[in-house]
Design a protein around this ligand. Structure first.
Ligand code: ADP
Length: 551
């Protein structure tokens, strides 16, 4: 029997129409540093979106051509988010923090035809262009650079440079939006390449729509028209975790930090714009916490800080709760999972101290996302909260392949292999212990680098700690702790090891310790342990070796 329900396609166009009309008076606010923030209503955004689509069409953007963005989080980036998929083309957010040749590799692999670039990023983008031969149009948003020669250097044989505002001014204020297949490509994003070459994930209109609805649910972030969301997570990092589209669906306002991403500017913006939900990786909220402690700030409008991308240390979560009354929302996900995979709210009825094991976990599998654990040999393990294995997921917003890249090792019987290792319990809570590549296997037993880091970072003299496995003659591998002390603090390896020994088994305590100025980070602010391992192998880390702990 067929259903009697209308088959309205779930598209970005539908979200755009809804958000820019029903919530036409809502605003996207873009920080302008010391100057007053730029404000634009969703109704105005709707009109500019039509102009942008018309302008892109006049440059020859058609069908599923890729249009890249090389931009900060701002109103124009939001216009690109909406216009490009709605006109039937494919939005491709480029990561501004990768090296020029990597961005070039990605733009070429995706065959980007045009790229919209923030004027402040032109000097960086000029270095990308020689590696990005498919790009025929460079569209510059914002006031151009003082140095005209930068603009000149962007044009070349078969490639022209345009002003974003001039293009919009010349285009009509309406656009004949096409009927789109909800399964067609809307946007693409490359993994940030913590491991291996970046791989392209292509989101469909349907997956984007469903994921945006999901983000609004109470079991996620409970987004409504009363919210004002500040995505500090870049729009090039897994679609700013879906928050921009979710805001349109829910009628929530958006507060964009643009290039002003330092803690002082973030706090000021949260205060003046009465932000209710902030979102960013742990290093962002750690920086903001340090700023709040020294300079203070009024966060009374905040409902929660969403945090994911890497494990959120318990000490940071507790500090926000105890000192500022803010319950953070820890979430796990990947570029491959759109990204929401699991979200860490304690179950109903759990109160007091008992909430913490849930809040610090990677969270409960989010609706529509299924998960399971598998062993090294690929056999499915019980979800009993005890068995440790690789997490595999599947669902309607999880990628089932990569763009022009078979990568069979990333899939298993229709499931995506996440490369993350941990436990899964009956209630769907995930507790990660490591990335598969970071697992430390010592004398046949596994040591969780995440657990050691979490405990170490709770020491008052430790600002950051990363634990890696290094070769060891006797045990195969042993943990090495690389520690960044809090500025001005004096702390010894012996002291840190005995602190660690209060919470973890003795045989897991590292004997190798290194004090460093900063943990190397990836383009999206995660610990880059590959670099630490290389530095150790090259003898570049100064290591203190303590006597091994008794087994
Ligand atoms: P990349 O894989 O290139 O780092 P992603 O941003 O897609 O790019 O990263 C996804 C990975 O980030 C996950 O597989 C996981 O290892 C890590 N991750 C994301 N969220 C969390 C979290 N809450 N706790 C621990 N690790 C996380």
């Amino acid at each position: 029997m067929d259903s009697t329900i209308m088959d309205s396609p779930l598209t970005v166009t539908a979200m755009m129409r809804y958000g820019t009309t029903i919530f036409g008076d809502r605003e996207v606010v873009t920080c302008a540093g010391d100057a007053p923030s730029r404000r634009r209503t969703y109704a105005a955004l709707g009109e500019r979106t039509a102009r942008l689509a018309g302008a892109l069409r006049s440059l020859g953007v058609d069908a599923d051509q890729r249009v890249g963005t090389f931009m900060w989080n701002n109103a124009e980036h939001l216009e690109a988010y909406v216009a490009i998929p709605s006109m039937g083309a494919v939005l491709h957010t480029l990561n501004i923090r990768l090296s020029a040749d990597q961005v070039g590799y990605i733009a070429t692999h995706a065959e980007d035809y045009a790229v919209i670039v923030d004027a402040s990023l032109l000097p960086l983008f000029a270095k990308v262009l020689p590696h990005a031969q498919t790009v025929k149009h460079v569209i510059v948003s914002g006031a151009g650079p003082a140095d005209e020669s930068v603009l000149d250097s962007l044009a070349g044989p078969g490639r022209s440079v345009h002003s974003y505002e001039d293009l919009l001014a010349a285009a009509p204020g309406t656009f004949d939006w096409p009927e789109l297949d909800e399964r067609s490509a809307a946007a693409m994003c490359y993994t940030s390449g913590t491991t291996g070459l970046p791989k392209g994930v292509v989101y469909s209109h349907r997956s984007t729509y469903l994921h945006s609805l999901g983000a609004c649910l109470g079991n996620a972030f409970g987004i409504t028209e009363r919210d004002r969301i500040m995505p500090v997570v870049p729009q090039f990092h897994a679609n700013a975790w879906g928050l921009a589209y979710a805001a349109l669906l829910a009628g929530a306002g958006l507060v964009m930090p643009d290039r002003f991403m330092v803690p002082a500017a973030i706090v000021k913006l949260m205060e003046t714009e009465k932000v209710t939900i902030g979102a960013g990786v742990p290093t962002i909220w750690q920086g903001v916490l340090a700023h709040l402690r020294t300079a203070g700030g009024d966060l009374s409008s905040l409902r929660t800080l969403v945090c994911g991308g890497s494990a959120l240390p318990e000490v940071v979560q507790r500090a926000y709760a105890d000192e500022f009354g803010i319950v953070m929302t820890h979430a796990w996900g990947m570029t491959e999972t759109s990204p929401l995979g699991s979200i860490a709210h304690e179950p109903a009825g759990v109160t007091g101290e008992a909430v913490w094991p849930y809040r610090v976990s990677q969270g409960r599998l989010f609706c529509t996302v299924e998960g399971r654990l598998t062993s090294d040999s690929g056999e499915v393990l019980p979800s009993d909260g005890k068995a440790v294995g690789e997490l595999e997921v599947r669902g309607p917003w999880v990628t089932g392949s990569y763009y022009l890249d078979d990568a069979p090792e990333k899939f298993h019987d229709g499931w995506l292999r996440t490369g993350d290792v941990g436990t899964l319990d009956e209630a769907g809570f995930i507790r990660l212990t490591d990335r598969a590549k970071d697992v430390i296997k010592s004398g046949g037993e596994w040591i969780s680098s995440m657990e050691l880091e979490n405990v170490l970072m709770a020491h008052p003299s430790v600002a950051e700690a990363a634990v890696i496995g290094v070769p060891d003659e006797q045990w195969g591998e042993r943990p090495l702790a690389a520690v960044v002390p809090v500025a001005g603090a004096v702390v010894t390896p012996e002291e840190l090891r005995s602190f660690l020994g209060e919470q973890v088994p003795r045989w897991q305590l590292p004997e190798r310790w290194s004090f460093i100025d900063e943990v190397p980070k990836t383009s999206v602010g995660k610990f880059k342990k590959t670099t630490l391992r290389e530095q150790y192998a090259a003898g570049e880390l100064q290591v203190t070796r303590l006597e091994p702990p008794p087994r």
